[in-house]
Design a protein around this ligand. Structure first.
Ligand code: FES
Ligand code: FES
Length: 79
């Protein structure tokens, strides 16, 4: 598996809606961070589907190195 590109070394806050699905960019190449814009095509990466269980602000991982995909777990601090 290839290494993802670090899109940014900080989380990306998004207001999500309960029951709605989101496609988190795993490759780091999307220009619509934290979500997939199709730029992964031709690579080993595919977006990760995530469905919101509650509405509210969530902090998606921007560095792509989190252990708690797709949310930031603080790993970016050690990059
Ligand atoms: Fe990164 Fe689609 S653009 S997973
Ligand atoms: Fe990736 Fe925080 S932004 S772990």
């Amino acid at each position: 598996m290839s290494e993802p590109v670090i899109a940014q070394k900080s989380p990306i806050p998004v207001e999500v809606e309960e029951g709605k699905s989101y496609f988190w960019c795993t490759c780091g190449q999307s220009s619509k961070q934290p979500f997939c814009d199709g730029s992964h095509k031709g690579s080993d990466f595919t977006p990760m589907k995530w469905t919101a269980e509650t509405s509210g602000r969530k902090f998606f991982c921007g560095c792509k190195m989190t252990e708690g995909k797709p949310m930031c777990d603080g790993t970016h601090k050690s990059l």
